[in-house]
Design a protein around this ligand. Structure first.
Ligand SMILES: [Zn+2]
Length: 118
């Protein structure tokens, strides 16, 4: 996944995203992930999460954590990379208008992901 991160960063994000770890853990370790992250992961998209400082502490991103049973690893990684972009640029972090614009752009680049990239 780290390689995908590098390639996507270079080709889609102009290498503007920070060099952060992308960690994939077995689904069975999701509970530990949750504990380690301090977040309620069930609220997040399919147990993938982007670690960042809290809103008021700046725009540093620590890494991306995913579980190995995600059906669409590459798409999920890109989804999380959009969140990284949002954070370092201090944009709205949610899945709002701007996020949807990014997804639309990515669907044009990867038309085969039309159904799965959300
Ligand atoms: Zn998301």
């Amino acid at each position: 996944m780290k390689n995908y991160y590098k390639v996507y960063n270079e080709h889609l994000f102009g290498n503007k995203l920070p060099d952060i770890p992308v960690v994939v853990v077995p689904f069975s370790e999701v509970d530990e992930m949750e504990e380690a992250s301090g977040y309620d992961l069930e609220k997040f998209d399919l147990y993938a999460i982007t670690f960042a400082e809290h809103e008021d502490e700046g725009n540093k991103v620590h890494g991306i954590l995913m579980n190995d049973e995600l059906p669409n690893q590459e798409e999920t990684l890109l989804h999380e990379m959009i969140h990284v972009w949002q954070i370092i640029n201090r944009r709205d972090r949610g899945h709002g208008k701007e996020f949807k614009k990014c997804i639309k752009f990515l669907r044009d680049v990867f038309p085969e992901w039309e159904e799965t990239l959300v």
